[in-house]
Design a protein. Structure first.
Length: 300
């Protein structure tokens, strides 16, 4: 059995698993296919078991391959974290925080918290990546980010990730100052009668709303258009007399300035559950712990 094992070999292995194909993995790496196949054969020799079988033209993990894949991802994530920690020590920086978030959270909720933290700690390096929740979770899992803050739904999480609920943010029905509904309050059952601006169906925020409405027995909404950013949704509501559901943190300034009008629900409430996600084995530096404290405090 070969006694040496390179991290590159593990990276190639994980990429083949992700792509389900040696050919596509080679294309991603911009190398010849035999080079990828050679790395896989060497890894199988080192482990002493076959890692893949081919089914319908796709590479599928064996039982040994599944176990090896879990181990490989753990190794790569820990190595990435060590490299980041050592780089900070070498450069003599004040530490770094890298986090991922869903769109609205990363646009409205996190920037004031992280900019305040940066102002208190000169020399620190703070980065907020705004992305889709599934991409944010993947970044947490492989160690690219320290943690993620985003809309939480009921999807199962990898066993390597811890999730804690930060807050249940109330959703507000907002309309233009002169648009429908004319009343300052409505029942939840009236929502399907209103022309609403929504977000794409696959977004966790929308899935959460759909689940809550179904549980409350509310019928299908009349969604006139689906837009990808809260600012675009606000503009559509204001210019066309439509309405939309927003988390409170994203419209507080608009409500204060009179650009939007809040409509209360008379018989219930809708919420956006915001969660904090990080690896079970994650060590948080003092700066990272301070960032977490600031976020948790804001959720109280």
């Amino acid at each position: 059995m070969e006694s040496q094992l390179s991290l590159r070999r593990l990276e190639v292995f994980c990429l083949v698993v992700e792509e389900g194909s040696v050919t596509r993995a080679a294309e991603r790496l911009r190398v010849a296919q035999p080079a990828v196949s050679s790395q896989l054969r060497a890894l199988e020799q080192w482990i002493g078991a076959r890692l893949f079988v081919r089914t319908s033209g796709r590479m599928v993990l064996t039982e040994a391959g599944t176990r090896a894949h879990l181990w490989a991802r753990e190794m790569l994530a820990r190595c990435l974290q060590v490299r980041r920690d050592v780089e900070e020590l070498t450069l003599g920086t004040g530490g770094s925080v890298v986090l991922a978030s869903s769109l609205a959270v990363g646009t409205y909720l996190l920037p004031p918290l992280m900019t305040a933290l940066r102002a208190e700690r000169p020399g620190t390096d703070i980065t907020v990546h705004v992305t889709q929740p599934e991409h944010a979770l993947h970044a947490v899992e492989i160690g690219e980010v320290d943690f993620a803050v985003m809309t939480r739904d009921e999807r199962a999480l990898p066993t390597s990730i811890v999730a804690e609920t930060l807050l249940d943010e109330p959703l507000i029905l907002c309309a233009s100052p002169g648009g429908p509904p004319t009343a300052d309050s409505v029942s939840l059952s009236a929502l399907p009668k209103l022309p609403l601006v929504g977000v794409p169906r696959h977004v966790a925020f929308q899935r959460s709303i759909d689940t809550q409405l179904k549980e409350l027995g509310v019928g299908e909404l009349d969604t006139v258009i689906r837009l990808g950013h809260a600012e675009a949704i606000k503009t559509a509501v204001i210019e066309h007399g439509w309405a939309a559901l927003f988390p409170r943190y994203s419209v507080e300034r608009d409500l204060a300035e009179g650009r939007l009008r809040a409509i209360e629900f008379t018989d219930g409430a809708l919420h956006e559950r915001i969660g904090l996600f990080y690896r079970t084995d994650k060590y948080f530096s003092p700066l990272q712990a301070s960032a977490l404290d600031a976020i948790r405090l804001a959720g109280r």
